[in-house]
Design a protein around this ligand. Structure first.
Ligand SMILES: [Ca+2]
Ligand SMILES: [Ca+2]
Length: 309
């Protein structure tokens, strides 16, 4: 079998020698193969080592470069940080200066505000004083005006009364000289020394007063029982306004002819100044007087005036 497996024909050595050569050849081949394998393996190891060394060198070089860049960056950052710190310090100093200036300005403004407040308080005080003075002057002026009006009213009343007296004296003088003094205008009724007009139509007291004035007379003034009886006979049965009122001073009744209240014919219980106030006097159908509300409408009103000669 072994002879057929190998076609190489070896020299015809003796069998023992031939077996020895075959084994040596195999061992040599095996040694060569092993040596080649070791050489290849060694070569691979060397290559791997060389490549590793190169990579390490490259890594070291890269690391060194990275370290250098990092150092440079750190230096740059340190420089930038130092610059920023310096700038921040400058800004802080500047802000401190501005804050001091602002505080100084605020203190000045506060002082100014206090001055303004003091001035305002002083002006308010002066304004209050002026207001009091002005009110006092107004009150004085009002008193003077009131006093002036009262004096003027009293003077006018006195003048009216004097004119009335003069007119009466003149009539008496004319009568004593033989003149006939009993002349009255149309629609007026003569009685003693006066003429009377018995007006009709709803009027308030002030409207009746103006109506008599337009007729050159006055709302009637009554000074005797005879005159009252005459008026009772002729006056409107629904009631008539007469020339008596207490408009200025409550309870102080005044006649239109300015003569004193020397005769009265009040209804029992009157005057009572009832309701919202009664300051104008009317004559009832009975002839009795009643103080009434001046704004009431009465259907009758009586005027009088002196006769003419
Ligand atoms: Ca009254
Ligand atoms: Ca009354």
């Amino acid at each position: 079998m072994e002879e057929h497996a190998y076609s190489v024909e070896f020299p015809k050595f003796p069998r023992r020698r031939r077996q020895c050569c075959q084994r040596g050849t195999l061992l040599a081949l095996l040694g060569l193969v092993t040596t080649a394998m070791w050489a290849g393996l060694l070569t691979l190891l060397l290559l791997w080592h060389w490549e590793t060394v190169q990579k390490l060198k490259q890594l070291e070089k890269t690391a060194a470069q990275n370290d250098l860049e990092t150092v440079q960056k750190l230096k740059q950052l340190e420089k930038t940080a130092a610059q920023n710190v310096s700038q921040v310090s400058k800004d802080l100093e500047r802000h401190k200066g501005e804050q001091v200036a602002q505080e100084s300005q605020a203190a000045k403004m506060s002082q100014s505000m206090e001055k303004i407040q003091d001035e305002q308080n002083r002006m308010k005080s002066q304004d209050s004083e002026l207001s009091r003075n002005l009110n006092g002057l107004r009150e004085d002026l009002s008193d003077l005006q009131s006093q002036g009006l009262n004096e003027r009213r009293a003077a006018l009343h006195t003048l009216d009364r004097l004119q009335e007296e003069v007119a009466k004296l003149w009539i008496e003088l004319r009568v004593s000289n033989g003149s006939t003094c009993n002349t009255c205008p149309d629609d007026w009724v003569h009685f003693q020394k006066k003429c009377y007009y018995f007006g009709e139509g709803p009027k308030r007291w002030i409207q009746a007063r103006f109506a008599c004035s337009k007729l050159h007379g006055r709302l009637v003034s009554i000074h005797s029982q005879e005159e009252q009886d005459f008026l009772t006979r002729h006056a409107n049965k629904k009631g008539s306004w007469i020339g008596l009122r207490d408009l200025n001073i409550e309870g102080e009744f005044v006649w239109m002819d300015q003569n004193p209240l020397d005769y009265s014919n009040w209804q029992p219980g009157e005057p009572n100044n009832g309701g919202q106030g009664e300051d104008c006097v009317m004559m009832r159908a009975s002839g009795h007087w009643n103080d009434a509300f001046c704004g009431s409408y009465l259907d009758g009103w009586v005027c009088d005036r002196l006769v003419t000669c």
